[in-house]
Design a protein around this ligand. Structure first.
Ligand SMILES: [Zn+2]
Length: 261
């Protein structure tokens, strides 16, 4: 078999089809070496995630795509053998979604989709199961990755069955933003809220983030919830947590915050 041709960044190569999207710029904009990582042997240096993403974006052959995907699945992004996902996956997710949305080659799109699904399915290392995001501090890693995925709903639906399956997985990592909460005589709270994702099967425990800059302060029980297709929701919360549930509070599944190896 002849050797693979060298990857090249030119208008006639695979990358030319990205048009104005600067996926390499997005990779370079991340300070990979600053991303915290567990000291476990399963986790490579996060810089290697940036290098593997570059390789995936530039690959023009099935072999190179497979090699890049194997690097990402072998440590740093996830470690497939031990079923572990690392904080660098939060930074890598939008880049993989760019590849799904704008990538010129089906193999590259499928590889990116598979890696995103793996990231959601793996468990984080204990002590590395949360990330800081522009919209919240100490957000469960799985929920932060899922929010990136939900943000590309249209592109993923257009991708077909694999994209829809990934969205269904992401929707399980629901997020509720409280608009206003009214204490009831029986000690419960009735709140108007906005639901992202899909919350089935109440009662369910939620961790409460009182503001974007605060860590989860407590947990509360969502006793019941009704929501319309736009996500406008009415929620009954069990006994109000001591810090209350001020307007703007965000709730995530409590079980997501407990995930870890
Ligand atoms: Zn989650």
């Amino acid at each position: 078999m002849p050797p693979d041709p060298p990857d090249a960044l030119d208008a006639s190569g695979a990358f030319g089809a990205f048009g104005p999207l600067d996926v390499l710029g997005a990779i370079d904009a991340v300070n990979w070496s600053e991303i915290p990582r567990p000291t476990s042997h399963a986790c490579d240096e996060p810089e290697r995630v940036g290098q593997a993403l570059r390789q995936l974006a530039l690959s023009t052959t099935a072999n190179r795509t497979g090699d890049a995907a194997a690097l990402l699945a072998g440590g740093g992004f996830v470690h497939g053998h031990s079923g572990m996902v690392f904080p660098a996956a939060y930074e890598a997710a939008p880049i993989l979604l760019d590849l799904v949305e704008h990538g010129p080659r089906p193999q590259g799109k499928s590889a990116a989709l598979g890696l995103l699904s793996e990231a959601l399915g793996c468990l984080p290392a204990t002590g590395h199961n949360r990330v800081d995001t522009p919209y919240g501090t100490d957000v469960p890693l799985c929920c932060a990755i899922a929010r990136h995925i939900r943000g590309r709903r249209e592109a993923l639906v257009a991708h077909g069955r694999g994209g829809v399956r990934l969205l269904t997985e992401a929707d399980r990592h629901w997020r509720l933003t409280i608009d206003e909460a009214e204490p009831q005589a029986d000690g419960t709270l009735i709140a108007l809220a906005v639901l992202e994702g899909s919350l089935q099967g109440t009662p369910v425990a939620a961790e409460v983030h009182p503001s974007p800059s605060t860590r989860p302060a407590s947990t509360s029980l969502i006793e019941s919830l009704t929501a319309d297709a736009t996500g406008a929701a009415c929620v009954r919360l069990g006994a109000a947590p001591p810090a209350g549930v001020p307007a703007g509070s965000v709730l995530h599944p409590a079980e997501c915050g407990l995930r870890g190896h």
